[in-house]
Design a protein around this ligand. Structure first.
Ligand SMILES: CC(C)(COP(=O)(O)OP(=O)(O)OC[C@H]1O[C@@H](n2cnc3c(N)ncnc32)[C@H](O)[C@@H]1OP(=O)(O)O)[C@@H](O)C(=O)NCCC(=O)NCCS
Length: 297
């Protein structure tokens, strides 16, 4: 799920949210997004020292905006203060900040139902699969392509066909084209003139990390190893950029995507219950991350 864009965007059917400035006692204001689409308040990497004051301020704002949930991504040092303000540490991504500082994923359910798993039975099946860790089938090498701006429409179409709900406007070709033009790595597999699988690495340049996202394979081509090939090549793109880590927020109830990340050396860092509107509705998201290979200097 790439950074939330404040909408409306051209042609996007769903208004998704807006940014608010939240006053934090004794600190400067922080930006947070009232994410209407996923009914939550989200605040990424606020520049404050007092986690408890931050937590209280975000809770106050979320109540005011009638959000069902709060999500905060912060330096680990702020986690204790946020816990004291009632937040739960849902995941920790080591080395997230430029390979050094860990990132704590903190959550607070204001609507009690948002603290429960969306589909506990499906989660158990995925957990069993990850525990069994079936080895990857051996296959001939799958070639993936780095997308160019002209691929925006076909990628947007695949996203639209794949997801009933999606948290960003990735089904809008202008949005994808803009991201490719801005340097976001997208990779795809094509059959004839049709894009049959795609994913992207949404860069967070200030932290020198990236979120692997927009993972979609056409139903008739699933289970052929296309997504594993695309993700492996995107990891290579990030290593070429010298990025020390990568992460993903993966739908916790979808077996293939979680297995693919586990096989690529990502580690499961935690889970965000009913965090994001995607696929079937509000779903749990698994937090995976890994360190990337870096050339010795
Ligand atoms: C998730 C998704 C992208 C995977 O794409 P894919 O191209 O089929 O993935 P791959 O074939 O590379 O890898 C999936 C692996 O999981 C396995 N797998 C998939 N579903 C499985 C299941 N229910 N039980 C056991 N293994 C399963 C596949 O067999 C494959 O393993 P293999 O290499 O040993 O055959 C595709 O299913 C999809 O588009 N789903 C809908 C969109 C979505 O939920 N995207 C993820 C958003 S976070």
């Amino acid at each position: 799920m790439p950074a939330i864009l404040c909408l409306p965007q051209p042609d996007d059917p769903a208004p998704r949210g807006f940014t608010v400035q939240v006053p934090v006692a004794g600190e400067s204001n922080v930006d947070a997004v009232v994410d209407l689409y996923s009914d939550r308040l989200r605040c990424d990497h606020p520049n404050v020292d007092d986690g408890r004051a931050l937590g209280r301020a975000l809770t106050h704002q979320a109540v005011r905006e009638s959000c069902g949930r709060v999500v905060v991504l912060v330096h680990e040092e702020l986690a204790a203060g946020l816990r004291a303000a009632g937040y739960e540490q849902e995941a920790t991504m080591p080395g997230f900040y430029s390979g050094d500082g860990d990132c704590a994923v903190m959550g607070l359910a204001l609507d009690d139902s948002r603290s429960l798993s969306a589909d506990a039975a499906a989660l158990q099946k995925v957990e069993r699969l990850l525990r069994d860790a079936p080895p990857e089938r051996s296959r001939p090498l799958i070639e993936t392509e780095r997308a160019i701006v002209g691929d925006g429409e076909a990628i947007a179409q695949l996203i639209t066909e794949t997801f009933d709900h999606y948290p960003t406007p990735s089904g809008v070709s202008a949005y994808i084209e803009q991201h490719i033009e801005d340097g976001t790595p997208f990779r795809l597999v094509r059959e004839g003139d049709k894009v049959i699988a795609c994913a992207s690495a949404d860069l967070v340049p200030e932290a020198r990390t990236a979120e692997l996202t927009d993972c979609a394979t056409s139903p008739e081509h699933r289970g052929r190893g296309l997504m594993q090939a695309i993700l492996a090549d995107l990891v290579g793109d990030l290593e070429d950029l010298g990025y020390p880590t990568a992460f993903t927020l993966a739908r916790a109830q979808v077996p293939g995507v979680n297995l693919a990340f586990q096989r690529l050396g990502f580690e499961l860092r935690g889970r965000m219950a009913q965090s994001c509107r995607i696929g079937t509705g509000l779903e749990d998201m698994n937090v995976w991350s890994r360190r990337l290979a870096q050339e010795a200097s």
